[in-house]
Design a protein around this ligand. Sequence first.
Ligand code: GTP
Ligand code: MG
Length: 360
Amino acid sequence: MGGQILDVGLIGLPLAGKTTVFNLLTGAKAETNDFGSGKTESRRGLAPVPDSRLDRLAELYHPRKVTPAQIAVVDVPGLNRADNGGPNRFLNDVRLVDALVHVVRGYASDIVGPADPLRDIEEMELELGLSDLDLLEKRRVRIQTGKKITAEMRQELDLIDRLINALENDQRLNQMTLQDDELRLIRGYQFLTLKPAVWVINLDDEAFQAGDFPNREAILALAQDKDVPVVLMAAALEQEMEELDPEDRAAFMQDLGIQQSGLKRVAQAIYDKLGLISFLTAGEDEVRAWTIAHNTTAKVAAGKIHSDIERGFIRAEVVAFSDLDQWGSMAKAKEHGHVRLEGKDYVMKDGDVVNFRFNV
Ligand SMILES: Nc1nc2c(ncn2[C@@H]2O[C@H](COP(=O)(O)OP(=O)(O)OP(=O)(O)O)[C@@H](O)[C@H]2O)c(=O)[nH]1
Ligand SMILES: [Mg+2]
């Protein structure tokens, strides 16, 4: 994560349902069919990360507010097939994101024709690869035509050749084994195929319920090969259900076999892919989820909340959510020996409910 908040870009071909997915994730009511209206600006929004543990903590603490973790989402106009030659400019809007969600049309469209998700995935993968190739080739020329080639530049040139070779063989850069020093050399480029990706196959009701779509096996095999998780979604259907009141919605979702919302499943895929977990804080003021990297220590996690808490860190009072949930209060959990005092090097776990003690 570059900043405090995780940044995700929604990309895809025209009319794949990107804006519908964007609305679903962020609760926005943006107009769909940008392609038809010729709109070419990206839009941004915030998606709350669903976490049922927050609901349970709210039940226990009756806080004034509940704050879920958030993901910043960018909805980019559809990649224009006619916009050939040169890398697609819409991709510039996702150059700095932490993860790319490719929304793939799995339903027939009156305008763009029958569903062909495999073709669309291949087309987008090609486009992302070409964009990275373009950057690499420019960099290679810049080094080669420079006044002096240092040892470090020579090392970079070798690496650039390897990366170009991989891309030319239809690999993503995230499929390559790269050493830390190599990753450091190329970090500044923000290569698109090095970013964690998720493929969301957007389906009609029936296809979603059947869990089936054209070229399913081939797509799943490709996804495994490229190390990209696949999430099936019925975005338009879920969007319609947003209009229902929560009870009807729950019953309806159950009928359709939707166990978890599309938002929840996409968020989970992104967290898994990026190696992220959440810890929780709970009090009468606020119950809140915080996003951290796997293996973050207590002191660094404290810094997520405030730099003063990190600087003045004394101890972390920690209870696993499952224990707090089971015993129903901090006092009871303590009585049964589930509340621990941990030092600054304690490695945080997903679902830790934490109270930091600190000096200012
Ligand atoms: N049948 C069906 N239609 C859908 C689904 N999701 C979106 N659509 C429709 O597809 C059209 C395009 O949806 P958008 O969400 O605007 O797609 P987009 O990818 O943002 O499109 P552009 O930004 O214009 O490229 C709209 O008419 C949606 O109602 C779906 O799951 N099933
Ligand atoms: Mg759109």
